[in-house]
Design a protein around this ligand. Structure first.
Ligand code: ADP
Ligand code: MG
Length: 298
């Protein structure tokens, strides 16, 4: 199965502190490491782990950071096709036991070009994040009719993302995106339904996910020992793509995607394909009521 992932590539420079971070003080980090960031990229890392053939299209600079990103992806046998940009995106990420802070390096708008249209024509599934969503029309024009697109708008509800959400097979949004449309959960959810006029999925952080169709259906999350809740939504989308390729029905796919997210948050991609299939984690005891009540706090 050929998966085409299109989106930003970011090099996260992660400093892990044992104490809490406070402005104005000096710290020696307990640990320092690089991590690959970017929603479509991280979904691709999961799919590669599950045995898919993954091609990643992005923008990279001719700098040390770009080289590190390329090497990391090469190690994982992911084929990278990139447009040259001035610099590679990079973040300083400060992780403590309590939370995480991100400082983004300022960067000029990057322009992505897809020169090899055959990459689109031959793909069985496409994952697109919001950063290069301008390529959406090219994808629609050149993909096989049966190839589905998973699109991640993050919290960007704009005319550009709405146009895409209306056309993709499975809109999946974080619940924070609903916050922009309404103060309470039910009115926000209805408003988005009126805009995109089709069923969609919301991921709701530690509570799990919901399917918004004629009714709202809740899918409980799983109990993982979370080491770092960064990128849960990326794994959710990667897992959902795997479910589509393996013809899971929608409800089983949402349950599986919740499971994979919790598992990946616990293991950070350090597991084998067979290990994840054993389904060792237990479900949480949340309900739709928890989602509605906690929505006010986000
Ligand atoms: N603390 C957690 N415990 C268990 N599962 C989680 C936790 N946080 C997130 N998840 C799972 O990951 C999915 C995506 O997380 P979410 O935070 O909504 O996305 P994003 O990373 O886009 O903010 C959720 O639907 C849920 O299944
Ligand atoms: Mg979240």
């Amino acid at each position: 199965m050929k998966i085409l992932c299109i989106g930003e590539a970011v090099l996260d420079k992660v400093y892990f502190l044992e104490t809490n971070f406070k402005n104005g003080l000096k710290f020696v980090a307990k640990d320092f490491y690089y991590e690959l960031g970017g929603s479509a990229l991280r979904a691709g890392l999961f799919l590669k782990k599950m045995g898919a053939d993954v091609v990643f299209i992005t923008c990279l600079g001719k700098d040390k950071e770009g080289e590190i990103v390329l090497n990391e992806l090469k190690k994982r046998e992911i084929k990278v096709v990139f447009s040259l940009s001035e610099t590679t995106k990079e973040n300083i990420v400060i992780v403590t036991k309590e939370d995480r802070s991100i400082i983004k390096k300022p960067i000029k708008k990057q322009k992505l070009k897809i020169k090899n249209i055959n990459l689109i024509k031959s793909s069985d599934l496409i994952i697109l994040d919001r950063h290069y969503s301008e390529v959406f029309d090219i994808l629609m024009k050149n993909k096989k009719p049966e190839t589905e697109i998973i699109f991640d708008p993050s919290t960007e509800i704009s005319s550009r993302t709405i146009k895409i959400l209306k056309k993709v097979n499975y809109p999946i949004l974080p619940w924070e995106a609903i916050k922009i449309l309404g103060k309470d959960f039910r009115s926000g959810v209805k408003k988005l339904m009126r805009i995109i006029k089709k069923p969609y999925i919301l991921t709701c952080g530690k509570f799990g996910s919901v399917l918004i169709d004629k009714k709202i259906k809740f899918f409980n999350s799983y109990k993982g020992k979370i080491v770092n809740s960064n990128g849960a939504g990326d794994f959710f989308r990667g897992a959902f793509a795997y479910g589509i390729l393996n013809k899971f029905d929608l409800e089983s796919n949402l349950d599986w995607s919740n499971y994979v997210s919790a598992f990946c948050l616990e293991r950070n991609l350090k597991f084998s394909k067979n290990e994840i299939k054993k389904r060792v984690l237990k479900k949480n005891n949340f309900s739709l009521k928890d989602v509605v009540e906690n929505f006010r706090k986000i």
